[in-house]
Design a protein around this ligand. Structure first.
Ligand code: MV4
Length: 502
């Protein structure tokens, strides 16, 4: 039985994983970079070890160093979280070879799903629908005839890509060859694999994914869908479950396809099968993510399943504690990702020191975060600082509750996407559940129209505090000749009066 887990990650997900470990009586080991000495996951863990300098490639991606720490600390399992080494087959293999359990699927599953052409072929063989297109790396001389047969617009995709990398949309034959050359060279330089294939382009698609869970005894379940169409440049911003587009019949069919996809690689653990869904509710396999996802909490909220606990139980060789017929979607859950970024300045990341933070609480609210007052968000890593998750019996109430929680959420010192996601909750297309992957670009003007004044309100509050203070001091001075107040005195006064806490 697993008694100590090394969490090979940082930020909110490292804390999230350790929380379940603590509930299970499992000790947690943190690893951290030199920039993360005072990070929350280091404080939360039972033990912590530095694995190198701030740069990810030298710390959170340093396989040999992480293994050395795992052996030294006598961890019996490693949880990779998401990102970093979570879908790195070489890492999983080295972990297993060191006699440590990798909390995730087999090397074979990671490799097969990591190569999009191999995965596509496997889906075809297993009756899972894929977007019409080619099954192999397309050669230059066949390019035009194949594209013509599929019909424009078409999409060129790198086999080693995924998540939007190495992708080109081609609307006209005249752009085909140049786009193909670009996709190929991008794939070669980014992935060291220049295999490219062609698909029919699906207009205005939805991104809907299914959570699946499997054990080592051949049991498979899906934990329903997540609607992830609110994206910007392939970065998810808001996710919800159930999907407003879903019908019970479609859910049943897509859920079964997700299970078939997982079975085709003998999948074990938690995984996610992504689909594109068009406006006629045709659905196509896109890719399978062989890890826990950022947006897993909304699934946890509607199903009542702790996915990290389930992952650890599966890694212990236990059978799944639930069957498909035990699972229900209870109510509605929404997640807003909170980034330290300035959406008014081209979504520029805004690392820096968090001055004040007060997180929302109350019925139906969960925050998964890791920043605290005085914490300096390092610029070396992803700018996502927390996830705000709402739950309510209905979608309408879940949106109202999310708006309430976003109103309560106050962070000063760094700019955050709180005002931006607040506008998403108020956008008609979102409220009506009528949105696809083009939602953000279509609604950009409205989404920028927030009433956030944190830019200047803090300064104004300080001025008011100063005026208030000097007025009182002047009144006192006329009586007793006291000198004009110094800076630190009126700042202190403002702080005591809570005027800077916006
Ligand atoms: C597509 C597509 C339309 N047609 N494939 C983007 C991420 C990568 N995993 C696949 N992506 C897409 N593939 C065909 N044949 C549109 C997208 C796409 C997209 C997909 C999911 C979520 C957001 C998206 C935003 C732009 C494009």
């Amino acid at each position: 039985m697993i008694e100590k887990v090394l969490v090979a990650n940082r930020g909110e997900i490292a804390v999230r994983v350790m929380r379940s470990c603590r509930e299970m009586g499992i000790n947690s080991v943190a690893i951290y970079s030199e920039a993360d000495r005072s990070a929350m996951h280091v404080r939360y863990a039972d033990e912590a070890y530095c694995v190198g300098p701030a740069t990810s490639s030298e710390s959170y991606l340093n396989i040999d160093k992480i293994l050395e720490v795992a052996l030294k600390s006598k961890a019996d399992a490693i949880h990779p979280g998401y990102g970093f080494l979570s879908e790195n087959a070489e890492f999983a293999e080295k972990v297993n070879k060191a006699g440590i359990k990798f909390i995730g699927p087999s090397i074979y599953a990671i490799n097969t799903m990591g190569d999009k052409l191999t995965a596509r072929q496997l889906m075809i063989d297993n009756g899972v629908p894929v977007v019409p297109g080619t099954k192999e790396n397309i050669a230059t001389d066949k390019l035009k005839s194949v594209a013509k047969k599929i019909g424009y617009p078409v999409m060129l995709k790198a086999s080693a890509g995924g998540g939007g990398k190495g992708m080109r949309l081609v609307r006209d034959e005249k752009d085909l060859v140049s786009s193909y050359e670009m996709a190929k060279s991008e794939a070669r330089s980014s992935f060291g694999n220049d295999a490219v294939y062609i698909e029919k382009y699906i207009e205005g698609p939805h991104h809907i994914e299914f959570q699946i869970m499997a054990d080592e005894h051949g049991n498979y379940v899906h934990l329903f869908e997540r609607e992830c169409s609110v994206q910007r440049r392939h970065q998810k911003v808001v996710e919800e479950t159930p999907s407003p587009l879903m019908t019970p019949e479609l859910r049943e069919k897509m859920g079964q396809c997700a299970i078939d996809a997982a079975k085709s690689v003998d999948y074990v653990g938690a995984g996610t099968v992504e689909f594109l869904v068009d406006n006629d509710l045709n659905y196509y396999f896109l890719e399978m993510n062989t890890r826990l996802q950022v947006e897993h909490p909304i699934t946890e909220r509607v199903t009542g399943v702790d996915l990290v606990k389930a992952q650890i139980n599966v890694a212990n060789g236990l059978p799944l504690a639930f069957k498909q017929e035990d699972l229900r979607q209870n109510g509605h859950s929404i997640e807003c990702r909170i980034y330290a970024e300035d959406h008014k300045n081209n979504f520029m990341p805004c690392p820096g020191v968090v001055k004040n933070i007060s997180e929302p609480l109350g019925l139906g609210i969960r925050t998964d975060g890791y920043v605290y007052e005085g914490y300096e968000i390092p610029f070396h890593y992803d700018p996502m600082i927390s996830k705000l998750i709402s739950w309510a019996p209905t979608r309408h109430e879940a949106i109202e509750r999310m708006k309430r929680a976003l109103y309560e959420y106050k962070i000063t010192g760094v700019k955050t996407s709180i005002p931006f996601v607040s506008q998403i909750m108020k956008a008609d297309d979102f409220v009506n559940g009528k949105y696809d992957t083009h939602f953000i670009e279509k609604n950009m003007d409205f989404l920028m129209m927030d009433d956030d004044c944190s830019d200047y309100c803090e300064d104004i509050a300080l001025l008011v505090a100063y005026l208030d203070y000097t007025e009182k001091m002047d009144a006192a001075a006329t009586k007793s000749n006291v000198a004009t107040p110094n800076q630190s005195a009126w700042k202190e006064y403002a702080r005591r009066k809570n005027i800077v806490r916006l």
